[in-house]
Write a protein that binds this ligand. Structure first.
Ligand code: ADP
Ligand code: MG
Length: 240
C-alpha cells in the first residue's frame, strides 16, 4: 500500500505524520519505506540523517530506479528511508511511479512525504499513491487550507475522487473551545474519510525529531506517542 501524505499548507504535521506513523506501523510488524519527497529534507533530518552530506538521495533513485536502491538508508530493522535534499527538483509522476514500482516488493507500506505546496512534486505523489493521507490541523485557518486541498484532489475527475483520502485530525488542543466545533464540522464535511484517532498538540511530538527520533522512542508514555500508536492500529485495521 502506497500512502501519499499531502497538504497545500506547511506546518500542518505532514512530516511528523510520516515519521511517527512509519515508526508505529513497523512496530506492528509492517515493513516500511519512508520516501522523503520534500527538498527541505525534514523527514530525513527528523531521523537524525543530515541529507546535505549524502552522496545519494531520492533523486538518484528517480533517475536510476534499480541502481538507485543504493540511496536507501536502513533506520531500524523494519524501516528504511529514501532521503531527500535540495537536489530534488520538479519530477513528473512517471518517474516516481516507476521508482516506487521497482521498490515496492520489499515493503508492506510506503509512505511518501511531500512539500507544502501544490507543485509538480505534490502532483506526482497524488498520482503515485493508492491513498492520500491529509493532516487537518484543528484550527480555523488550517481547516480552510485542508478543504482546498481536498477540492484539489477532487478537481481532476468530475465528482469522483481519483484517490481515496484519509483525513487525520492533528494538533488537537483540548483546551481550546473552538476545537469541538471544528472537529464536528470536519466530520460533517468529510464523513467517514476522517479517521477516529486524533493527534493531540503535544510538546514531546515536536521535541522528538530534534533528537533524531520518532516520539514513540523519545517518550514512549507521552500522549503523542500513544496517539500515533493508536493511529497506526486504526490504519492497519482499516486500510492494510
Ligand atoms: N501534534 C503536534 N504537537 C506539537 N507539535 C507538532 C505536532 N505535529 C507537528 N508538530 C510540530 O509542528 C511543526 C510542523 O510540523 P511538520 O510535521 O514539520 O509539518 P509539515 O511537514 O506539514 O510542514 C514541527 O515543528 C513539528 O514538530
Ligand atoms: Mg514537512
Amino acid at each position: 500500500m502506497i500512502f501519499g501524505i499531502v497538504s497545500q499548507k506547511g506546518g500542518v504535521g505532514k512530516t511528523t505524520l510520516a515519521q511517527n506513523l512509519g515508526a508505529e506501523l513497523s512496530a506492528v510488524g509492517k515493513r516500511v519505506l519512508l520516501i522523503d519527497f520534500d527538498p527541505l529534507g525534514n523527514l530525513s533530518v527528523g531521523w537524525g540523517v543530515n541529507p546535505d552530506q549524502l552522496e545519494k538521495t531520492v533523486i538518484h533513485a528517480l533517475n536510476q530506479p534499480k541502481k538507485g536502491a543504493g540511496a536507501v538508508i536502513c533506520l531500524r530493522p523494519k524501516i528504511d528511508l529514501l532521503p531527500a535534499n535540495d537536489t530534488l527538483t520538479e519530477v513528473g509522476s512517471n518517474k516516481l511511479k516507476k521508482m516506487v514500482a521497482d521498490m515496492s516488493a520489499a515493503y508492506d507500506v510506503i509512505l511518501i512525504d511531500s512539500p507544502p505546496s501544490c507543485n509538480l512534486l505534490t502532483q506526482s505523489v497524488i498520482d503515485t499513491a493508492d491513498r492520500l493521507l491529509v493532516p487537518l490541523q484543528v484550527h480555523p485557518f488550517a481547516y480552510r487550507a485542508s478543504d482546498r486541498m481536498v477540492k484539489l484532489i477532487d478537481k481532476k475527475s468530475t465528482g469522483k475522487r481519483p484517490k481515496p483520502v484519509g483525513i487525520i485530525l492533528t494538533m488537537v488542543d483540548q483546551r481550546n473551545s473552538l476545537t469541538k466545533a471544528i472537529e464536528h464540522s470536519a466530520r460533517e464535511r468529510f464523513g467517514n474519510d476522517v479517521l477516529k484517532v486524533r493527534i493531540p498538540r503535544n510538546v514531546q511530538i515536536a521535541e522528538a525529531p530534534l533528537n533524531g527520533l520518532p516520539v514513540g522512542e523519545y517518550e514512549p508514555t507521552s500522549k503523542g506517542a500513544k496517539a500515533f500508536r493508536a493511529l497506526a492500529k486504526e490504519i492497519n485495521k482499516i486500510y492494510l
